[in-house]
Design a protein around this ligand. Sequence first.
Ligand SMILES: O=C(O)CCC(=O)C(=O)O
Length: 352
Amino acid sequence: MAKKGIENLWREVRELSLGTETDRLDSPPSPLHFLRDYVSQSKPCVISNAIPHWPALNLWSDPAYLAGTLSNDLVSLHLTPNGSADAVTPISSDDGGDLCFASAHVEKLPFPEALRAVRSSSSKGEEKKVGYLQQQNDCFRTEYSTVAKDCDGDIPWATEALGCSPEAVNLWIGTGLSVTSFHKDHYENLYAVVSGEKHFLLLPPTDVHRLYVQRYPAANYNYNRDTEEFKLEIEQPVRHVPWCSVDPYPSPEREASERLKYPLFFNGPKPFHCTVKAGEVLYLPSMWFHHVSQTPGDGGYTIAVNYWYDMQFDVKYAYFNFLQSLSYESSSLNPVLSWREDEDTESGDSDV
Ligand SMILES: O=C(O)CCC(=O)C(=O)O
C-alpha cells in the first residue's frame, strides 16, 4: 500500500521544489535569500564566487606551501587498499560474499609525510594503498590550525541565516582514488572546494528507501608497514552500523547484479549530480544522501574545507523518521526499521 505513495513522494518533491538540476548562484546569497529558498526548503545549491578572498585559493595549489607551513603538525591519514573508507565491503574474497562496514586504518603523521602517502596512492598492481587526509572531528581547527588563517572561520551568510557558528570544520585532501560512499549527516553542510573538483551525487531524504539501508558488522582495516598489507578485522564485540548498500558506480563485472539487487536506485529518478569547482561552495542540506568522488587540481590534490552547522531537529526530521519506518517491498529484505532504538553504533556524526 505504501509503495504507490512513496513513489508519488519522489515525483512530487521534484515537481514542486527540487526540479531536475541543482540550483546555481553566481554570487553568495543574502542570509534571507539563503534561508528562504534553500535551508527552509531543504534544497541544495552551488554558489560560485563564494570565497574569492580566501588566500587558500592561490596558496594551496602549491603542495610545497602546505608542506612547509605544516611541517611540524601531526595530521590524521586514512589508509585503505582501494580508496573506499566507511563503505560496505566484502569481508573476504572466500566467505560467500558476506559484507561489512569497513573503516580506514588511521595514523597520525607529520603533515609532509602524510601528504607524500596521499600522493603515492595507488590501487593497482603490487602497491595497493590509498591515502586520504581527513578526520571528521573539527580537524581543520585543531590539526590544521597553522593554515586556518588562509580560509574564513565560517561562511558568514550561512552563520547569519542558521543563527549559529559552525559546530565542526573539516579539511579533506585526496586524489581521484578516494571515494566517499552514500551516507547522510545530521548537519547543514557548507562544502567549499579550494583545489580540484568534487563530484557529488545527491538524493533527498524522501528517497531513503532507494539506498537500501541495512545493518552491517563494523570492521577496521589494519595496515602493517612491514608486510605492506591490509587486514580487515571485524570489531569485537560485534557492533552493527546502518549504512547505504548502493554503490552508484559498480564495476562492469558487478553492474548487472547490482542493478538487479537495487532496482529502486537504478530504475528510479536520477540522483542530482553536481560538480563543485575550486572557489565554489555547495550547500548540502542536512539528511540528504551524498556520494562523493574527486578530480585533483594542478597541484595533484583535491582540497576542500567543509563547515558543519547544527541542524534543527524539527517536523522535517520527524517526517523523515516516519517515512523510514515504512517498509517498502524490495528495499526491506533486511530492514533497519527500528535501528534508532537498538542502534549499537558509535559512528556519531554520520548515522547512515
Ligand atoms: O569529501 C568527501 O570525500 C566527503 C564529504 C562528506 O561526506 C561531507 O562533507 O559530509
